[in-house]
Design a protein around this ligand. Structure first.
Ligand code: UN1
Length: 492
């Protein structure tokens, strides 16, 4: 029997009477990692009410003081980095260095946001009238709902939680079901850091049960969602009816372009990390390699050779390059896409199968898979979210840009070239929220904005200084110290 955990509402861990439970399991070994409460809409409502109750006290806490609590949370994350990193690896299957990287990304962001408590800058703007001051303030919105995915179970929730908290909001956190243990541990960090009761609340369980309440309750002011496009569309549509502001961060079909003048060794390391890091389960994963015809055969040969020594297996073992995919559902979906690829005539160059036998039988392991594909095939257009790479031959830079942009998504993009002019042109013309020059499509840093265009999102960005925008209202203030009625646009 694994450890049992409750919901965290109003500063207390609680198990509602008659609560149903679910367990999470390692996608590598099947080991159970905890038993969690499947929250109901009533639980979600109580969490929202608790967050609302805590709001006034938290918003009035001076922002630098809120920052000190965040800094303490960052310190505890640091202290627990190894342990939390191994929870990430165990619960969603990415290899341990990446599990620890997930936690490090949280540490970086929480530290960064703690400093924001001493800024939260507004603007001072001149008035057209004498003896009048005009300025703006950033004010918290109220109750924020954070709906987060399993692929970065520590980093992504923190992008939302820490930014919302520093701005003075209170939060209801609804994590993906299959990484509930990471979510519980993360919540405990904030509890230990001294966050007042109700400022952060955790509601575990499926979105189906609590989604409507979380997206339509009158006290919820903003819903911040990262996850799949279909779910995101549902959240957006539902919340729109209740006129909520919604921030969406969804899929990608990110290209790495390799031009004929590229440093091929560098591009090779880049594509391996980009396509197969976290078993390809990043929104930023490289799922298309756009390869210039002059280096096509050579680069493919290098890639296939290098993959021969690529180790798939236990994510906790040193030397493993790639762990399992995160769940049975993921495995099914990825294997389906591999079949689709074969049916639409893409040539399977390597991989393509579920790994079986011995320890593999306990988990969801798929070989790193590479297709020689064409632009326009489904495997070259749709997000697979697995270790599957489509290689597409391009004959020049114009074609590379056209193919790169020829998808519905626009999160990340990358080009390998030594030509400065071309790299700047790529930067300007690639339709994506993020462009890397001579680096893979993954690896965003927290002090810069993160997000995408087209079907990837709805215009907002996380991280960086803009992170605060999502979670604040701007108040415009006019102070007239002339002691008489002055009429803008009419006087003077
Ligand atoms: C995601 O996959 O949703 O740039 C986030 C990266 C990571 C964040 C990815 N720092 O790959």
């Amino acid at each position: 029997m694994s450890q049992e955990f409750g919901l965290f509402i109003g500063g207390k861990w609680e198990v509602p009477s008659g609560a149903k439970r679910f367990a999470t399991r390692s996608p590598s070994t099947g080991e159970e990692l905890g038993s969690f409460v499947a929250a109901t809409s009533d639980d979600a409502r109580r969490a929202i009410e608790a967050a609302h109750k805590a709001f006034d006290g938290w918003r009035r806490t001076p922002a630098p003081k809120r920052g000190q609590i965040l800094l303490e949370a960052a310190r505890i994350f640091k202290e627990r980095k190894e342990e939390l990193g191994s929870f990430v690896s165990k619960e969603m299957g990415k290899i341990l260095p990446e599990g620890k990287g997930d936690v490090q990304e949280a540490i970086d962001f929480v530290e960064y946001m703690s400093g924001e408590g001493r800024r939260l800058l507004g603007e001072t703007v001149p008035s057209e009238l004498r003896n009048k001051y005009c300025f703006t303030l950033r004010q918290p919105k109220g109750v924020i709902v954070a709906i987060t995915p399993w692929n970065f179970p520590v980093a992504i929730p923190n992008w939302k939680i820490a930014a919302a908290l520093i701005a003075g909001n209170t939060v209801v956190f609804k994590p993906a079901t299959n990484t509930s243990r990471c979510a519980v541990e993360l919540t405990k960090v904030y509890e230990a850091a001294g966050l007042p009761p109700g400022v952060l609340n955790l509601v575990t369980g499926s979105g189906g049960a609590v989604g409507k309440e979380l997206t339509t309750h009158p006290l919820v002011r903003t819903v911040s969602f990262t996850g799949g496009t279909d779910t995101g569309r549902g959240v957006y549509t539902e919340a729109a009816k209740a006129l909520k502001y919604v921030h969406l961060e969804m899929g990608g079909k990110n290209p790495q372009i390799v031009m004929e003048d590229a440093d091929l060794e560098l591009a090779l390391e880049g594509v391996l990390f980009g396509a197969f890091g976290s078993s390809g389960q990043r929104c930023t994963a490289t799922s298309r390699l756009l390869l210039h015809k002059d280096v096509y055969d050579r680069f493919l040969e290098m890639l296939l050779k290098r993959l021969k020594s690529f180790k798939v297996g236990d994510p906790l073992k040193a030397g493993t390059d790639m762990g399992p995919v995160a769940s049975l559902d993921q495995e099914k979906k990825i294997l389906e896409y591999i079949e689709i690829g074969k049916k639409e005539g893409a040539k399977l160059l390597t991989g393509g199968k579920k790994l079986t036998g011995g320890a593999f039988d306990k988990g969801f392991f798929i070989e790193p898979t590479i297709f020689e594909a064409k632009h326009g095939m489904r495997i070259s257009l749709e997000e697979i979210f697995g270790p599957v790479l489509s290689v597409i031959k391009i004959s020049d830079f114009e074609e590379a840009v056209r193919v790169a942009n020829g998808v519905d998504y626009g999160l990340s993009s990358s080009i390998y070239t030594k030509d400065v002019n071309r790299s700047f042109q790529a930067m300007e013309r690639l339709e994506a929220g993020i462009t890397y020059i001579n680096a893979p499509t993954i690896g965003a840093e927290v002090q810069l904005p993160f997000g995408g265009i087209k079907n990837t999102g709805n215009g907002g960005r996380e991280a960086g200084t803009v992170a605060i925008e999502e979670f604040t209202e701007i108040k415009t203030v006019f102070v007239d110290f002339s002691a008489r009625l002055q009429k803008a646009q009419i006087d003077g």
